[in-house]
Design a protein around this ligand. Structure first.
Ligand code: ATP
Ligand code: MG
Length: 203
């Protein structure tokens, strides 16, 4: 499961857990993206902070692990590179790429989907506010083999990292939206505060 994870929240964890149970997966590997040049006009937190929050959030689940492949590659992240690297690290494994309804459409519309489907099966999970319908997500994919993309309903958690960041900035709670250790990590590292505020709180 790839993501910016800035920060990781319970929507990500529930989606991973549901898909793992549905498909009998041995392991879910969370793969935080490398440092993008730009993500929709905002600065993304340092990769090491996003990586560590992901480690903290997944530590208690023996089937959840975190990979640094995208962070260590040092270039903007493309799913095709992630999947190629993971295939090399797990030869013979059957890979599934887990993604939310919002991200599935964009991955499949602008990346080379023929190559992608040769590397992994794709699992799109429901997400409040987004349509989980493959004809709408990617109309050109209607003639795909059935196993290439599966759509899975997961318990609806209307949580986004964007809202978590806005809450921290506004001094509102993120308890129970993200794991407890992530709440503590955000506060310890002064993440998501305005720059001036962050500098003051360090001083
Ligand atoms: P941001 O608001 O910064 O975009 P986000 O909450 O969308 O953050 P990402 O790191 O962008 O989180 O998402 C990683 C993956 O998890 C994506 O495939 C996304 O669709 C999926 N995802 C995120 N939140 C949810 C949720 N609440 N329910 C289901 N899937 C989710
Ligand atoms: Mg997102």
């Amino acid at each position: 499961m790839g993501g910016t994870f800035d920060p990781i929240h319970h929507g990500h964890l529930v989606a991973a857990s549901e898909v793992a149970a549905r498909f009998g997966l041995d392991e879910v590997i969370f793969v935080p993206t490398g440092q993008p040049w730009q993500k929709s006009m905002r600065e993304v937190s340092p990769a090491e902070d996003r990586y560590l929050m992901t480690v903290v959030a997944t530590a208690s689940n023996p089937r959840f692990t975190v990979s640094r492949v995208d962070i260590d590659r040092g270039t903007p992240t493309y799913t095709v590179d992630t999947l190629r690297d993971l295939r090399e690290m797990y030869p013979g494994a059957e890979l599934y790429f887990i993604t939310g309804a919002d991200a599935l459409g964009s991955i499949l519309s602008w990346q080379n989907w023929r190559t992608l489907f040769g590397l992994a099966r794709f699992v799109g999970v429901s997400r409040p506010g987004y349509d989980l319908n493959v004809e709408h997500l990617a109309p050109h994919l209607s003639d795909l083999p059935d196993e290439a993309v599966s759509l899975v309903e997961v318990p609806a958690l209307a949580i986004s990292s964007t809202e978590c960041r806005e809450r921290v900035r506004a001094n509102r709670p993120v308890w129970y939206l993200v794991p407890d250790g992530v709440v503590q990590y955000i506060s310890k590292r002064h993440l998501y505060l305005e720059r001036a505020t962050a500098a003051e709180s360090v001083a």
